[in-house]
Design a protein around this ligand. Structure first.
Ligand SMILES: [Zn+2]
Length: 132
């Protein structure tokens, strides 16, 4: 733990290494772009640009910065995989899946209702009768 921490402060963060600049103790990227995750910054830089990411991080409250960076990294990776739709592509695939499953569930529930009523209400009356 102690040795990894000293390694962490000795080597520049992934952003400063990528941008070939000196990583200072107040580097806004350092807490969120550790040197052992170089592609995280490379992706985010490629899609959003380092100066925009820096601006965003300064506008966001410190306790929200980690989530912000994770969100940017997710969006950047999705955009690189799908240049047209980015993460909207993944969202719409999942939305279609949800709609399909909801329709399936409705159909299955309707089948179940038809089956229960084809038993002539015996099942429902027995069900209530035995319990009570
Ligand atoms: Zn840095």
């Amino acid at each position: 733990m102690a040795s990894s921490y000293s390694n962490y402060i000795n080597s520049p963060c992934a952003a400063c290494k990528f941008l070939r600049r000196r990583c200072t103790s107040d580097c806004v990227f350092a807490p969120y772009f550790p040197p052992d995750e170089p592609t995280k910054f490379a992706n985010v830089h490629r899609i959003f640009g380092a100066s925009n990411v820096s601006k965003i991080l300064h506008e966001v409250a410190p306790h929200q910065r980690e989530d912000t960076v994770n969100s940017l990294a997710y969006e950047a990776e999705a955009r690189l995989n799908d240049p047209v739709y980015g993460c909207v592509g993944a969202i719409s695939v999942l939305q279609r899946q949800v709609l399909k499953l909801q329709r399936e569930l409705e159909e299955t529930n309707a089948d179940l209702m038809r089956y229960a009523s084809s038993l002539g209400g015996e099942m429902t009356s027995n069900y209530g009768g035995q319990r009570g």
